[in-house]
Design a protein around this ligand. Sequence first.
Ligand code: ATP
Ligand code: MG
Length: 183
Amino acid sequence: MRLTKLKLAGFKSFVDPTSVSLPGQLVGVVGPNGCGKSNIMDAVRWVLGESKASELRGESMMDVIFNGSSNRKPVSRASVELIFENLLGRALGQWSQYTELSVKRTLTRQGQSDYFINNLKVRRKDITDLFLGTGLGPRAYAIIGQGMIARIIEARPDDLRVFLEEAAGVTRYKERRKETQGR
Ligand code: ATP
Ligand code: MG
């Protein structure tokens, strides 16, 4: 699976519908300070299920919704959609038949948070299940944020093990085992 496109609207500084294409294996995002580069990475982690506001550099989850600027009023809803190429059918279960997968999350100021896969309403867990063991998740290693290398180097053995298990692809099976054991 490869992330090929992001569509944002009302998310942080991206108030108007914005489409960001990731055309190659290696894509750089450049721009002046404060133009929204980190907001793009926050958007990806948000859709993947990040539920802690501080991990998205906010105080509350509502801080991801565009809250106005000198010449624009705040909006009432944030939406981010990620488009993945699924050429080898790497996604598991019912999703393996699609060549393209859309994963979307929306949030309103009333606190209504919804997740969608290919426009079908799903649970947050369906999204985390989809990416479990792929290295892509809100806190997994496919997204390396500032200070993360140092955190890995300094990690306690138990925390380091989480990264190694994700890389080895065993997280998925451990989760399933926990579920069947009712823990
Ligand atoms: P740097 O090069 O300094 O790391 P950057 O390109 O990564 O900058 P971001 O941190 O992505 O910049 O964007 C910061 C901008 O996003 C700020 O101008 C901030 O006001 C704006 N912003 C963040 N959240 C919101 C929000 N909810 N509503 C409106 N604007 C927001
Ligand atoms: Mg930044």
